[in-house]
Design a protein around this ligand. Structure first.
Ligand code: OOG
Ligand code: MG
Length: 262
């Protein structure tokens, strides 16, 4: 039977709004193709933009072995960053707005120019990049037990929930992206360490892959957007009082805290 994209988009938006887990879509339909999953993701974004949100950027996910092994999904995925999900520096995450959040460090590209695939290379990405900064993303799968297949997580906008971007950045060719490092600490304990090369060998190549993926759908990465290249370590639970710190070799330290909320 044909997949009703609008239905599943509304299903996921309700889970987000009501902060509750829902059953994975693939447990309820015979087959969910990658194209159907991106169509649901697009319909979900339309619903969010339709009530006044704006696009602040895009993201890759599952671009590192650490993440692929943690989630049991072995292909990269792409999603959107609504402006309402970008936290200001120092702004605590409110747990009452989230389902079962996790946090992870991100290398983030800030684009000076648009990137429209096909044919975009890592070099093109560097040419179009204003700066690269460090960040921490909060992912919050809307699915039960944070468990999903490839197409489920695509439909769910790749678990995107919040992101905090650090203030310190570097020019795109100021450092070797493969060896730039990140130490991720949660409540003072080091939970992961990684270099840029953890992201399919080159974070800029990941961004190129995203531009080329969007090109196939007649879309592009816009000037001024932030683009997350994907977490280089596995994600950690974010509970009330958690302090997550990502210490980067080139972008200083990004600290995220979580509060229970109202
Ligand atoms: C999917 C989103 C993955 C990343 O950086 O790998 C992601 C998930 O793990 O829930 O954002
Ligand atoms: Mg991520």
């Amino acid at each position: 039977m044909a997949i009703d994209h609008a239905h599943w988009a509304a299903y996921l938006l309700a889970a987000m709004d009501e902060r509750r887990e829902v059953q994975a879509i693939t447990k309820q339909v015979d087959e969910l193709s990658v194209d159907d999953a991106y169509a649901i993701q697009a319909a979900l974004l339309e619903l969010q933009l339709g009530r006044g949100d704006q696009l602040a950027g895009a993201k890759l996910g599952l671009t590192s072995v650490a993440k692929q092994e943690q989630m049991g999904v072995t292909e990269p995925v792409y999603g959107w960053v609504p402006a309402s999900t970008v936290l200001k520096a120092g702004q605590p995450a409110q747990l009452d707005e989230l389902v079962h959040p996790r946090c992870e460090p991100e290398f983030v590209f800030v684009l000076a120019d648009a990137l429209a695939g096909p044919g975009i290379t890592a070099n093109d990405v560097l040419d179009a990049t204003e700066k690269i900064v460090g960040g921490i993303e909060i992912i919050d799968s809307r699915y039960e037990a944070f468990s999903f297949t490839l197409t489920d997580v695509i439909a769910d906008n790749t678990s995107a929930a919040r992101v905090m971007i650090g203030a310190e950045g570097i020019a795109p060719r100021e450092a070797d992206l493969a060896t730039m490092g990140c130490v991720f600490e949660v409540d003072g304990a080091i939970t992961g360490t990684a270099a840029g090369a953890a992201l399919l060998g080159d974070p800029a190549a990941c961004v190129a892959m995203l531009a080329n993926h969007l090109g196939k759908h007649g879309q592009q990465l816009d000037a001024g957007w932030i683009v997350m290249a994907g977490a280089a370590t596995d994600a950690r639970p974010l509970a009330a009082g958690t302090v997550a710190t990502a210490r980067y070799s080139h972008f200083g330290t990004v600290t995220l805290t979580a509060e229970q909320g109202a």
